[in-house]
Design a protein around this ligand. Structure first.
Ligand SMILES: [Zn+2]
Length: 153
């Protein structure tokens, strides 16, 4: 697989000291990719710092999401699991999906089997979609919501 440069444009960089080159390449399958080459230590440093800030922000968002999930799990998982306990698998599916949509009954059975039980599967569902789970439980947890909202600040 080889990439061939089909376009290359060089412009002054943002600060004007060096240059920035936009390169577009195409391969044998007509797929394209592009990248920038910054030939300026000032702009390179600026970009590095921006990426650092971005990474920190992402990390903070993930931390807050994790905290919200932990809190939701601690406070509401039992109630969620209760909803699916002591009912047939089919009834559990009906409660989870409302009787239609994803997963289909067959897929639900398969997941339950793969996870080793309705409880185990529903625990996983809660962990993966805890916001939907709280909505389904009609739970409004201000602390959880505050953590989720804080991600935007
Ligand atoms: Zn520059």
């Amino acid at each position: 697989m080889s990439w061939e440069i089909v376009r290359s444009e060089t412009q002054p960089c943002d600060c004007g000291v060096g240059t920035i080159t936009y390169v577009m390449e195409i391969d044998d399958w007509n797929r394209t990719r592009s990248h920038r080459e910054i030939a300026c230590s000032v702009c390179l440093e600026e970009e590095r710092q921006e990426q650092e800030v971005h990474a920190l922000r992402e990390k903070r968002r993930e931390d807050l999401y994790g905290k919200a999930k932990d809190l939701a799990t601690k406070r509401h998982l039992d109630k969620w699991l209760d909803l699916y306990a002591r009912v047939t698998k089919k009834e559990a599916w009906r409660r989870y999906t409302g009787g239609s949509g994803y997963p289909t009954l067959g897929t639900f059975y398969k997941h339950v089997k793969d996870f080793g039980g309705v409880t185990e599967y529903m625990r996983w569902c809660f962990s993966n979609h805890f916001e939907e789970a709280l909505k389904a439980l009609a739970v409004k947890d201000d602390d959880v919501e505050a953590l989720l909202a804080e991600r935007e600040h």
